[in-house]
Design a binder for this molecule. Structure first.
Ligand code: ADP
Ligand code: MG
Length: 294
């Protein structure tokens, strides 16, 4: 073709299913020498499903009323865990109570006023740092099985725990291997989720550097730390919680299909075909194009 190498690399990347927002991005992609991957929605399919709804004894709730309460609070959230909760309530045809004053805290959860009660749904570690034995045992049981435990608080008191399971993407392990070969380093996993679930998943793809329980700004700090060591860090993420790290990265790539609007806007490139394995392919393409340019 008569196209300049960089343009043809962009076109090629597009054919592979990665949309680079500019020629500069395509060039920078080839420079990365470290990668960090988000867990939920990035290494996993991002379509998690509710496996358990466990009201706490004394909360006066059934499995269904716990799920309905959580779904009402999560209704306006675009987080994959929120969608799992809302879908489960819909499948069970549960009527949802009305939620007012919805607010979401990235990396933590949501809050709303429901039937006059202050309801919060989210990370057990963030919402209830010092749980009683009832909550602790339930959370450990679910996380030990590789699930994400989501706590439901009503007026500050634990009402129940919801277990949610997500599947690893089929191309996750191959992507980690390919990025390791390209950058000379095994990628790290950065997640807001709990350490147990994160390790469970990391073990399956060959990642050993796992940082769990991170807030969005903690993900930025990790990227900055590596960049201060001279690494050019590729960040791959999908969530609102990943947006600051995508912005801080040398190059940020968002997973397009289920990615949040903010992540898509912030990233330098977007995976539109929903295949993780396209990422190492476009890094290699960019390097090949650079070799032709210089
Ligand atoms: P990840 O980094 O793996 O994509 P997030 O940072 O989005 O995860 O979320 C971190 C944790 O915060 C989740 O594992 C969950 O415990 C909690 N969380 C965040 N948003 C929500 C929500 N809308 N509903 C329930 N839990 C949430
Ligand atoms: Mg995510």
């Amino acid at each position: 073709s008569t196209m300049p190498p960089l343009l043809s690399a962009i076109a090629n990347a597009g054919r592979h299913g990665v949309l680079a927002k500019s020629a500069v991005v395509m060039e920078r992609l080839g420079q990365v020498d470290a990668a960090v991957l988000d867990k939920t929605g990035t290494l996993t399919e991002g379509t998690p499903r509710v496996t358990d709804a466990r009201p706490l004894p004394g909360a006066g709730l059934t499995d269904d009323t716990l799920l309905a309460l959580a779904a009402a609070a999560e209704h306006a959230s675009e987080h994959p865990l929120a969608r799992a909760v809302v879908d489960a309530a819909r499948v069970r045809r549960l009527p949802l109570p009305r939620a007012l004053d919805f607010a979401s805290v990235p990396g933590q959860g949501v809050s709303a006023t429901i039937g006059g009660h202050a309801v919060r749904v989210g990370s057990p570690a963030r919402l209830l740092p010092e749980p009683g034995a009832g909550v602790r045992d339930l959370v450990e049981e679910l996380e030990g099985a590789g699930r994400t435990a989501v706590l439901v608080l009503r007026d500050g008191l634990p009402a129940g725990v919801i277990g949610i399971a997500d599947r690893l993407r089929p191309d996750a392990a191959a992507t980690v291997t390919a990025l390791t070969e390209l950058t000379g380093r095994t990628p790290a996993l950065l997640t807001g989720d709990n350490e147990r679930a994160a390790r469970h998943l990391a073990d399956q793809v060959g990642i050993t550097d796992v940082r769990a329980g991170l807030l969005p700004q903690d993900k930025v700090a990790a990227v900055r730390e590596w960049e201060a060591e001279g690494r050019r860090v590729l960040v791959v993420g999908d969530g609102v919680n990943d947006a600051p790290a995508l912005a801080a990265a040398h190059t940020g790539i968002a997973m397009g299909k289920a990615g949040s609007d903010l992540a898509l806007e912030t990233a330098d490139a977007v995976v539109v075909r929903d295949e993780l394995a396209t990422i190492p392919k476009v890094v290699a393409l960019s390097r090949a194009a650079r070799r032709l340019v210089v």
